[in-house]
Ligand binder design. Structure first.
Ligand code: ZN
Length: 353
């Protein structure tokens, strides 16, 4: 099951209370905190006179450059400072500033009392010049992406891409009848949620298992019902997960690989059918997460894609759906298409190629 929600592009109108409840921050508060947004506003409030306040997502902010900080009047300092007091005021020695990638620009604002009796000049960090962060690989004073300079990033990308392409193009020689693609639809995304349907198809595209499942405890799942369309009424007479467990376990045990788009939640659910750490670990070793493989591919091929859902994978790879998205059988079939496109020789042996 995939439930990646697309973000809405246009900011929505909220009351101040609603914005606060969602943990959103307005522009003025960000400025006071020396932060700036890295993405557009997600919401706005409207005052009676029609004035708008824009709100931003707290995860999409970064530190603003010091020249944009609101200058507080510098506090009066009497005598030399202890390290703790200096830290609280945001005053640092030139050496410490260098470690933080700042450079003093003016006169010292105070002095630090050291144990040896020396007086070290202190500078107000908010008045210092921000130095460019260096590349963590070569030390060049530039960061392009992932803490690397452009040259190091491109070199790293080319190496990752070559290794990834080689791995994907390899001949794995798996028996297509024993490669199983599965999808579970659930009452929700948490560990305590329950399975509502199981679909398994093999590498030839044959449906090997396809059933609705009646949850044992949970009676309603309004939120996910809208996604997968499975209603309580539909599963009323369906078998329980344990009713189908023996057949499902026999099927999964015969598989060489179990592939799903996002395996973490599904693995947790299947573990309920596998008592004991040893059996669960054997199950885990056979699992391949198609979503993780797609993310590798995207990152190695520098495809600009902010969401990596199954629908995104289908679209990016130019594949088309055979059924409605978010139904277990269609999701398992789509997962198979995505995986086989990424690994074109998964069932082939080199000597026959
Ligand atoms: Zn570099």
């Amino acid at each position: 099951m995939e439930t990646t929600a697309k973000e809405t592009a246009a900011p929505v109108l909220l009351t101040r209370a609603e914005a606060a409840k969602r943990g959103l921050v307005d522009g003025e508060t960000l400025t006071k905190m020396h932060l700036m947004p890295t993405a557009g506003p997600v919401a706005f409030t409207e005052a009676e006179n029609g004035g708008r306040t824009l709100y931003y997502h707290p995860d999409r902010v970064r530190e603003a450059p010091p020249e944009q900080w609101i200058k507080k009047p510098r506090p009066e300092v009497n005598g030399d400072l202890t390290p703790r007091r200096a830290d609280a005021l945001g005053f640092y020695t030139a050496e410490r500033l260098k470690e933080m990638y700042y450079e003093p620009t003016g006169e010292p604002v105070a002095y630090l009392k050291t144990r040896s009796g020396d007086r070290l000049p202190l500078y107000d960090r908010s008045e210092c010049k921000r130095l460019p962060l260096p590349c963590v690989k070569c030390g060049a004073p530039e960061r392009y992406r992932g803490k690397l300079c452009r040259a190091c990033f491109q070199k790293d990308l080319a190496e990752r891409r070559a290794a990834g392409d080689e791995r994907r193009a390899a001949f794995y020689g798996h028996d297509p009848r024993r490669v199983l693609y599965f999808d579970l639809e659930m009452t929700g995304v948490y560990r305590w949620d329950e399975v509502l349907s199981v679909s398994v198809i093999d590498g030839t595209g044959a449906v090997r298992f396809d059933t609705l499942v009646k949850p044992a405890r949970i009676k309603r799942w309004n939120r996910t019902e809208k996604i997968h369309g499975i209603t309580p009424d539909m599963v009323k007479n369906a078998p329980s997960l344990f009713d189908v467990g023996t057949d499902l376990v026999t099927l999964l045990d015969g598989a060489e690989c179990l592939i799903a788009f996002g395996t973490a939640t599904d693995f947790g659910q299947l573990c309920r059918l596998y008592p004991g750490k040893k059996a669960q670990s054997a199950l885990h070793d056979k699992m391949i997460d198609c979503a993780a493989e797609f993310s590798h591919y995207v990152s190695e091929h520098e495809i600009e894609l902010s969401h990596h859902s199954l629908s995104d994978a289908m679209e990016t790879l130019g594949l088309s759906w055979s059924g409605a998205a978010h139904t277990a059988d269609a999701d398992a079939a789509a997962c198979r298409l995505v995986f086989q496109t990424l690994f074109p020789h998964f069932y082939d042996r080199k000597e026959f190629a």
